[in-house]
Design a protein around this ligand. Sequence first.
Ligand SMILES: NC(=O)c1ccc[n+]([C@@H]2O[C@H](COP(=O)([O-])OP(=O)(O)OC[C@H]3O[C@@H](n4cnc5c(N)ncnc54)[C@H](OP(=O)(O)O)[C@@H]3O)[C@@H](O)[C@H]2O)c1
Length: 322
Amino acid sequence: MTRKMLAVVLGATRGQGGSVVNALLKTGQYSIRGVTHDANTPEARRLQERGVEVVAADLDDPSSLDAAFASAHVIFAVTTMYDGDVEREVAQGKKVADSAAAVDMLQHFIWSTLPSASAISDGKIPVPHMDGKAQVDEYILNALPALAQKTTFYWGGFYAENVTYPPYAPNCLSSAGNYVWVQPVASDTLVPMVGDHNVNTGIFIRAILEKAHLCLPRGYVLGVADWVVHGDMLEAWATILSEKNGETMDVVYVHSDVETVGQIWPGTGRELGQMLKLSEKLGRDAWTKKDTTALTMQDLGLEVGDRDGKLGKGFEYVQMLR
Ligand SMILES: NC(=O)c1ccc[n+]([C@@H]2O[C@H](COP(=O)([O-])OP(=O)(O)OC[C@H]3O[C@@H](n4cnc5c(N)ncnc54)[C@H](OP(=O)(O)O)[C@@H]3O)[C@@H](O)[C@H]2O)c1
């Protein structure tokens, strides 16, 4: 009997990591070790019941990462934004990379990252959480050349689920009886969407592993299932919720600016605003890197369709509100 490869998945209890666990379990080719803060939570126990080895580790603690990565053939790594504490996220990304570099049998390291907004916009539109992740890319490429040979950089597109997050969700304007979406960009801004990241991330990562010959060494993959016109997202939201609630919901797209959005929702609102501004200014070029051609879903042989093994459409999560 062929021995299964060991895939270690960070963030296994939640969005990106959880979807990678689901997609790799379906292949039957991997033993999976899921990493979380606490191996005794209900989420961790649910993973164990599905045959996942769950280990506790902290991205701030290198020795716990070393133990979690022991004997891995594949590592999927994702970090969290920590309310804008970019230095912490960058430090975590570097620690993760250092620990991965020390694993002898490692064949494929997949780093969930984002393009450098500062580099693409010549410093005009910095987006700290994007720039921070991209700093880790450069660390891998320059300081860890042996790991770089085994690395694929995954740019996960905008989550459809974002439309449910408080700084981004439409708000009821009770005096007018309608919903307003206060946004820092024009409604025709094109947004790169992964769709339902709880499913689609895993589909992309599984394809990266299946098409490793295209993605290694040092390949970039654009995790985008759909380029969506920003205003259409609001229309879709309204149509779906109108049907669900049995009454028409009127919506108004309010084209504001980053400053105002940042005043209403300090922190995440401003950060998201800058990210959208990058897309407004640069369109599809916003998600690029100089001298690099990122592989697309088509390059990986993926298509949009119903859920079984294919990518759901950009709005799939919103449609789940039905
Ligand atoms: N929103 C978007 O449109 C978008 C698009 C592309 C990329 N992203 C990026 O996606 C990332 C978040 O991914 P996600 O949505 O999958 O995250 P998530 O749903 O918030 O889950 C975070 C996961 O990371 C684990 N984690 C957090 N801090 C940890 C630590 N110190 N040590 C060990 N594990 C830790 C958590 O484990 P526990 O269960 O133990 O807490 C959880 O499993 C962010 O960096 C964000 O910038 C977002």
